[in-house]
Design a binder for this molecule. Sequence first.
Ligand SMILES: C[S@@+](CC[C@H](N)C(=O)[O-])C[C@H]1O[C@@H](n2cnc3c(N)ncnc32)[C@H](O)[C@@H]1O
Length: 229
Amino acid sequence: MSQRMTLIKSPVFVSETSLKKLGSCSALFPYPRPLELEIGCGIGDFIIQIAAQRPEHNFLAIDIFNQGCRSTCSRVEESGLDNIRVMRMEARYLLHHYLGGNSLRALYINCPDPWPKKRHRKRRLVNSEFIDLALYNLENDGFLNFSTDFTDYGEDVADLLNHDPRLENLNRAPYTNDLGDYPISKYMRRFLDLQQPIYLCRYRKKPGLTIAPPSISKGFRIPWPTEDA
Ligand SMILES: C[S@@+](CC[C@H](N)C(=O)[O-])C[C@H]1O[C@@H](n2cnc3c(N)ncnc32)[C@H](O)[C@@H]1O
């Protein structure tokens, strides 16, 4: 699927060129604070709520969808929050190229593309390879949060996370439908309004682990800019 690409001019938008110049994701923010990442921020509903809840943390919101990044930037500017930056970047590319080991306090993935057809499931973002990469990037005691409206995606990811000895489950069951104070994204709201459950997994990386950088496959049909250039 092609998308209309327009230049995003916003003080909260960060290009890959700027990130390269600055040298690290933590250098994108005016104050050094623990870094949290939302993958697939859509139009920004979730990131604005979570960043407002935690002004003592920095938040990076990424998406591959240009218009989504643009809307997120406008909404961040309107919010006046100084702890959010937005990038148009593929998740695995960012994690692999720009985030080192033990660099993230928390990771959020909400309603990722479900690829519902059985033959397309291997295109899903969250799988055991992605979890290895996320665990490398997360700090010890860092948080891995995943939500989906899609039952078998929720069950599969909950099963992977729940059986991973490097993770501690923060819920009593592998996933929960009780969202508590977890902020609601646009897609989550859409499904909740249709009386459909959201499957939420909240896990914490156990302390004292040393995880080697894993190898990672490129995302489906998504080029990795610098490597392919
Ligand atoms: C179904 S939407 C959900 C948007 C938002 N998280 C929500 O819950 O309202 C999935 C989003 O993830 C983005 N996305 C899909 N694959 C991605 C990837 N590999 N890296 C970054 N963003 C991705 C899509 O562009 C889209 O905006």
